[in-house]
Design a protein around this ligand. Structure first.
Ligand code: HEC
Length: 123
């Protein structure tokens, strides 16, 4: 029983538990998708993710609490595997899911930079 529960948890990543975006928010879906597809490498508190700080190192992506991203940059990173194309896999998600995540990232990244949210800049 315990093993099954642990596997279940692993299979769905961090789930929706740490997500601070309300279910009524249009970015909720993006937050859920981020938590399941991007959490392993990126910290972003609105999605309740902590990157891979505890299992280390090489694939760790930038802490998205400390960077602001535009919608275009986020979508570019998803399609091209990061800005430099070094480590991040390309096209982990595509189409509408990629767009939903990019919107969410544009809206919520940079929470620790002291800049106010920039809803006006997002499509
Ligand atoms: C295997 C680890 C890994 C996964 C999974 C991953 N990333 Fe990344 N990501 C990286 C690394 C490493 C970089 C930095 C290197 C680069 O820009 O090429 C990066 C860069 C980025 C950047 C650019 C940050 C900047 O300002 O330079 C964004 C935005 C981004 N990732 C978003 C995402 C999103 C959204 C997802 C989920 C769809 C995701 N990443 C999944 C490892 C990952």
């Amino acid at each position: 029983m315990i093993v099954a529960a642990a596997l279940g948890l692993a299979a769905c990543g961090f789930g929706e538990e740490g997500i601070s975006v309300s279910k009524d928010d249009p970015n909720h879906e993006g937050a859920v998708l981020f938590a399941s597809h991007c959490a392993g490498c990126h910290t972003l508190s609105a999605a309740g993710t902590q990157g891979s700080g505890n299992r280390g190192e090489r694939t760790q992506g930038p802490n998205l609490n400390q960077r602001t991203e535009t919608y275009d940059d986020a979508l570019f990173a998803i399609e091209n595997g990061g800005i430099s194309g070094a480590i991040m896999p390309q096209n982990i998600v595509v189409g509408k899911e990629a767009e939903a995540i990019a919107k969410f990232v544009a809206e919520y990244a940079g929470g620790e930079t002291g800049e106010p949210p920039r809803p006006g800049q997002n499509p």
